[in-house]
Design a protein around this ligand. Structure first.
Ligand code: IMP
Length: 182
C-alpha cells in the first residue's frame, strides 16, 4: 500500500488540483477542507509551515499546506505574501496601474509547500519566472493568471490550457519537489 497524505486547504478547487498533481506522481492524497491559520509574515515558507503545524495539531496525521504569491520586481516583491488580499482589494487593474510606464515587467510566482508529520517537517518551494503583461488576456485559471506571462511564452497563464499551466506552474513545481521527497 502506498503512503497517504492529507492536503489541507480552505479552497477545495485548489486542493483537488494539488491532488491531481500528486496522483500523477503515484501519491494518494485526500483533500481536507479546513480554515487555514494565516500568520502575518513576509516569508511564504514560514506562513505555510506555521499553518501546517496548526493543522497537524488538529488532524495528527501527515499533511501538506501550501501558500503562494506573485512577486513583482519593480514593486520590490509586492504583493508577495499579501497576494490574495491585494487581489481582492485592487485586483489585476490595480497591479497594472502600479506598473504604468514601468519598463521592468519582471515577476515570479512562488509556492511554499509545508509537509508536517509526527517526526518530520519540510518545506518545498516552486517558482515560475515571467513578466506582467500590458493588459489582461485570457479567461482560464484564477487570480493574476490573465496578466502573468511565463518565461518562454507569449501567452498569459489565463490563455493556456490548465494542463499546460500545470506543467510549469509554481504550485506544480513545489508539489513535484514534495513528491520526490515523499
Ligand atoms: P494561495 O496561497 O494559493 O491562496 O495564493 C494566494 C494568492 O496569490 C491568490 O489568491 C492569487 O491572487 C495569487 N495566486 C497564487 N497562485 C496563483 C496562480 O497560479 N495564478 C494566479 N494567481 C495566483
Amino acid at each position: 500500500m502506498g503512503k497517504r497524505v492529507a492536503i489541507v486547504t480552505a479552497n477545495r478547487a485548489k486542493g483537488e488540483e494539488a491532488k491531481r498533481i500528486l496522483q500523477g506522481f503515484g501519491i494518494e492524497a485526500e483533500v481536507v477542507e479546513m480554515e487555514k491559520l494565516e500568520v502575518q509574515s513576509e516569508v511564504l515558507e514560514e506562513i505555510a509551515l506555521r499553518a501546517a503545524r496548526a493543522a497537524f495539531e488538529v488532524l495528527k496525521r501527515p499533511l501538506v499546506v501550501d501558500d503562494s504569491g506573485l512577486f513583482v520586481e519593480a514593486l520590490n516583491g509586492f504583493p508577495g505574501p499579501y497576494s490574495s488580499y491585494v487581489f481582492k482589494k485592487i485586483g489585476i487593474r490595480g497591479i497594472l496601474k502600479l506598473l504604468e510606464g514601468e519598463a521592468n515587467r519582471s515577476a515570479y510566482f512562488k509556492t511554499a509547500l509545508a509537509f508536517v508529520s509526527r517526526d518530520v517537517e519540510r518545506v518545498f518551494v516552486g517558482v515560475v519566472r515571467g513578466r506582467i503583461a500590458e493588459e489582461p488576456r485570457g479567461s482560464r485559471g484564477f487570480g493574476f493568471d490573465p496578466i502573468f506571462v511565463p518565461e518562454g511564452e507569449d501567452r498569459t497563464f489565463a490563455e493556456m490550457e490548465s494542463w499546460e499551466k500545470d506543467r510549469i506552474s509554481h504550485r506544480a513545481r513545489a508539489y513535484e519537489a514534495f513528491a520526490k521527497f515523499f
